[in-house]
Design a binder for this molecule. Structure first.
Ligand code: 13P
Ligand code: SF4
Length: 396
């Protein structure tokens, strides 16, 4: 029996042209060197398999849950950002780690692997628009604002995994930690044991949802720092009074889900359980039944009883796969329109084949190589996250 899946309306905007194009909205908008196989090549799957086989144990392929089906089938391990960073760190024998995900994930894998291992991102244009919302110079300006307000020495920076290596390094230098959607609560709890304020970068929603929903702070304990405004748009007394200073960043994919989507789906599908990713706005998370990382969303639905109904607020490749893998449940998409992550989708089969065949032929392409100073401090922040106690993966 086929899974029940309500296909959302397609919008022309979401049908982004993939391939060798640069993405003007991403700082990673660079062309792919060399010739990509044609997407219409009927031998792409066989070519990927042959290159993978030729590379054998020298190769390890990591795949994030938002990747396309055509790509995820070749992953040795799939996971959320936390699990993939753990897996990258646990593969010292692999000479090549091919990361089917986005740039910040590949950077983190490079930081967590040894110098003689090479991390490859099949398309360098696979960035993350949220990570692009915080630049290191802006973060340094923000810190100077906190110093002027007299609170920097009591503030612990926590950066979401979805940030550049430079920002992770800044966080490490300033006694902070990285977090992911699966351990944000533990990271924030840890941070409040070290200081009395947190600067949370760059996703205001994950920061707010964790502070209010998990730690029991009030919405008024949080202020939003806008990097485009003087003093972040905040007075010194607002900074002094705040417990959590949230960077003004967000995910445009998860930003499409609204509280109305939740009301609407509850009306359309009586008895539905609404599960959303914590990158959604607070108003959505407050109305949802469950909140969690991609790994937790998968576990919740896989382990649910047959016949249960789910509305899922996260990226579409994952939701479609959940429907396919759970034919005994009704899975609907929380929004009525399509919501792929266009940068995740840049990793397609032609790029994967091109990367694997290049490696098999002895050409290292699209290597992600973080400079050693940045790597050192970013690793400090990543290691602090990996050392946090508690169950993993999945948000509790
Ligand atoms: P997860 O760590 O939950 O997989 O999330 C990563 C991400 O980018 C979600 O948009
Ligand atoms: Fe970045 Fe959003 Fe895509 Fe996740 S879904 S990689 S946060 S743009």
């Amino acid at each position: 029996m086929a899974g029940t899946f309500v296909e959302p309306e397609q919008t022309p905007l979401a049908l982004l042209l993939l391939g060798q194009q640069a993405d003007p909205d991403s700082e990673r908008g660079v062309d792919c060197p060399g010739d990509l196989p044609a997407p219409s090549d009927p031998d792409l799957v066989a070519r990927a398999l042959a290159a993978k086989q030729a590379l054998g144990d020298r190769l390890f392929i990591l795949g994030h849950h938002y990747q396309r089906d055509e790509v995820i089938q070749f992953a040795d391990v799939t996971g959320d950002s936390f699990k993939l960073s753990q897996q990258a760190a646990a593969r010292p024998e692999a000479e090549f780690i091919v990361f089917c995900g986005v740039h910040f994930m590949a950077e983190s894998a490079d930081i967590l692997t040894s110098d003689d291992q090479k991390v490859i991102l099949p398309d360098m244009a696979a960035g993350c628009s949220m990570a692009d919302m915080a630049e290191i110079s802006q973060v340094e300006d923000c810190w100077r604002t906190l110093e002027r307000a007299g609170v920097a020495d009591r503030t612990i920076p926590i950066t979401y995994m979805n940030s550049s290596a430079a920002i992770k390094a800044f966080t490490g230098k300033h006694h902070g930690s990285v977090c992911t959607s699966s351990n944000a609560e533990r990271s924030l709890t840890w941070a409040f044991e070290q200081g009395d304020k947190v600067l949370f970068l760059p996703d205001q929603h994950l920061g707010r949802n964790t502070a209010v929903r998990d730690l029991g702070l009030s919405l008024d304990d949080c202020v939003v720092y806008d990097p485009r405004k003087d003093n972040g748009g905040l007075s010194d007394s607002q900074i002094e009074d705040a417990r959590v200073i949230l960077w003004r960043g967000h995910c445009s994919v998860h930003g499409r889900f609204t509280a109305e989507c939740v009301d609407d789906v509850r009306e359309r599908v009586p008895g539905v359980t609404v599960i959303v990713h914590p990158e959604c706005d607070y108003s959505v998370v407050a109305k949802a039944d469950q909140v969690g990382s991609t790994e937790k969303i998968i576990a919740a639905i896989d382990n649910a009883p047959a016949g249960s109904k789910w509305a899922v607020g996260t990226e579409l490749n994952l939701v479609k796969r959940l429907a396919l893998n759970n034919p005994d449940k009704e899975i609907v998409y929380l929004d009525k329109t399509v919501c792929f992550c266009s940068t995740m989708n840049r990793i397609d089969l032609p790029h994967l084949v091109w990367a694997l065949e290049s490696l098999a032929a002895g050409h290292v392409v699209n290597q992600i190589d973080v400079d050693s100073e940045t790597e050192h401090w970013a690793k400090v922040a990543l290691d602090r996250m990996l050392a946090l106690p508690g169950p993993t993966p999945g948000r509790d």
